[in-house]
Ligand binder design. Sequence first.
Ligand SMILES: Nc1ncnc2c1ncn2[C@@H]1O[C@H](COP(=O)(O)OP(=O)(O)OP(=O)(O)O)[C@@H](O)[C@H]1O
Ligand SMILES: [Mg+2]
Length: 256
Amino acid sequence: MENPGKPIIEVKDVWKTFLSGGTAFSALRGINLNVCTGELMAIMGASGSGKSTFMNMLGCLDRPTKGKYLFNGVDTTEKNNTELALIRRDNFGFVFQSYNLLPRTTSYENVELPLLYYGFKYGRAQRREMVMAALKQVGLEDKVYNKTNELSGGQQQRVAIARAIINNPKIIFADEPTGNLDTRTSFDIMAIVQGLNEKGTTVVIVTHEPDIADFTKRKVIFKDGQIISDEVNQQPKNAAQERQKLPELKEPEPAK
Ligand SMILES: Nc1ncnc2c1ncn2[C@@H]1O[C@H](COP(=O)(O)OP(=O)(O)OP(=O)(O)O)[C@@H](O)[C@H]1O
Ligand SMILES: [Mg+2]
């Protein structure tokens, strides 16, 4: 882990104001937040409180209207779009609620995609090795050549995680990664997320679900574009263990 304990994210008095139909609306209102290397943090709060707006800004997919966002000590607000794209490529992995996989495309091709943004850096054989390793890490070695529409929701989310980790990101930004999944599958996904964090990846995750936030080490709560609570979770639950405790769903006996 590089620079343990040092803030990798520094957000200083950030505002985001949208203009639509002639009216202004500020989705973020003076946010201050530091995130250190190695953290596993949950962002919670009601619908419309600004969570996704904030995550998009952290992931350099959008810019603040006012204030500063330093990533790894670099002021992103002074970077142009090309420079932001490089920051994303080299540092971030993204996981979204709706998976955002390419349709009619195999797991292999979806996971390989971020490597193609590096031009000739990785040859075909090296890409293959990396894709297979990432799919293995999320337990999908038996679905490598299945297309997106042939996968369950949980499997699609695991492909999305494999795609997010293929470039060995410093940070994973996950916006409601378990929002569409049943409890068992959600816990499986969180077990993967906790495993990545244990290996040193910083994780910021948006969730509505308190039992998902219980797997993180820090809970930040948004309300109306502001942070109203920021607490350390002293005893994060272990997702793999909690998953084991859930009884298997029983199917009805076939009629005789
Ligand atoms: N492009 C936009 N133009 C105008 N308003 C926007 C835009 N994007 C977001 N907003 C507004 O900003 C507020 C925060 O939106 P955001 O998507 O960040 O909420 P959220 O906390 O992620 O909610 P949810 O839990 O429903 O995903 C909302 O009131 C939304 O309508
Ligand atoms: Mg949202």
